[in-house]
Ligand binder design. Structure first.
Ligand code: PMP
Length: 352
């Protein structure tokens, strides 16, 4: 026996590639093509660096209060962290501790099984239907917790709030996490249900709709009780998760509702146009309400298109996995970026 027998071994999550070149069209990690709200740059430029001598506010009060106000909640119903990955990882650690298997769809955010493995949480995946829709009945059974991305990734498919509500209502003995990373591009949020169900935790992020993936801000909203338990675990792990600069930048973003509405609408409009063009080029895809489209070509294999795009400086995401191996997940960029990609695809599919 060596020390290696004592290591917590895990197979890590694989994030989308971050190419070093600057002049590529990067549509592989669902980033927002528009800059953060102007107030964010102003907050960072005006940040008093002397403040950095001190530890940041462990309660992240300024950001938590801004988010509570934005969502019509009390500050005791909001928890903020270092991206929603941090918030979700903390939530798995806090709420999925029964020994019973947690449930999530077979095709979904591929970090869920990684956290489950990391924490030794048993899990059972539930197959999506043939249209990549969630089958609510699969979640009406004994479990140690449920996590559902809505809209789902990488499919882009959104479930109605009423479907999520039925799952939450059917599981009073479990915490149900709804991961709303993409909800701002046209999904139906479960935040209005929070006051009715104390076992519902809704997680959102600044990485997509707020154009701040590089800042690392995510948050959870739920009953006071859930948020208290989450904070107990956080304060047993690392009191100072969020830096002072991130908090100031986050507050500035939340304060500019008009810019948020404008940029999310712009991305959604480009997505609708992209869908029409992709359909014209022979792609099929489930209806997306996110900032990406999950598309398969009727005749040309995804791997082939993926490589052709990549060779031409256009990055999309492709997984060699059961059921989705012939799909490409194409994030929505600016209109100009989408025009270039669509023009390339048109020529490539014609001439190959
Ligand atoms: N949830 C889903 C469904 C995602 O696709 C992502 C982005 N990879 C995240 C959570 C995490 O995003 P972040 O940590 O940047 O908030």
């Amino acid at each position: 026996m060596s020390w290696e027998g004592n290591v917590r071994k895990v197979v890590p999550y694989v994030a989308g590639e971050q190419p070093k070149e600057q002049d590529v069209i990067k549509l592989n990690t669902n980033e927002n093509p528009y800059p953060p709200a102007p107030g964010v740059a102003a907050a960072i430029r005006g940040f008093d660096c002397d403040v950095l001598r001190r530890y940041p506010d462990p309660d992240v009060s300024a950001l938590v209060e801004a988010l509570a106000k934005r969502h019509g909640l009390d500050k005791e119903q909001v928890f903020a962290g270092v991206g929603s990955d941090d918030v979700l990882a903390m939530s798995f650690l806090t709420f999925f501790h029964s020994g019973r298997p947690i449930l999530f769809p077979d095709i979904t955010y591929s970090f869920y099984d990684v956290w489950a493995d990391l924490y030794r949480i048993p899990y059972e995946v539930q197959p999506l239907d043939d249209d990549f829709g969630i089958r609510k009945e699969d979640y009406f059974r004994e479990n140690g917790g449920i996590v559902i991305a809505n809209p789902n990734a990488p499919t882009g498919v959104a479930a109605d709030r009423s479907v999520c509500e039925e799952i939450v209502r059917a599981n009073p003995d479990s915490v149900v996490i709804i991961d709303e990373a993409y909800v701002d591009f046209g999904g139906e949020s479960c935040v209005p249900l929070i006051d009715r169900y104390d076992n519902l935790l809704v997680v959102q992020t600044f990485s997509k709709s707020r154009s701040m993936a590089g800042m690392r801000i995510g948050y959870a909203m739920g009953s006071r009780k859930l948020i208290r338990y989450l904070n107990d675990v956080k304060f047993s792990f690392n009191s100072y998760t969020m830096g002072a600069v991130a908090v100031a930048a986050g507050v500035a973003s939340v304060e500019d509702e008009a810019y948020f509405a404008e940029t999310t609408a712009k991305v959604a409009a480009t997505r609708e146009r992209t869908k029409r063009e992709l359909a014209r080029l022979g792609f099929v895809f489930p209806d997306s309400r996110t900032n990406f489209v999950f598309a398969a070509h009727r005749t040309v294999p995804a791997q082939e298109i993926f490589e052709a795009l990549r060779e031409n400086g256009m990055y999309v995401r492709h997984w060699n996995k059961p059921r989705i191996g012939n799909y490409l997940r194409i994030s929505i960029g600016t209109d100009e970026e989408m025009d270039k990609v669509l023009a390339f695809l048109e020529a490539y599919l014609r001439d190959r």
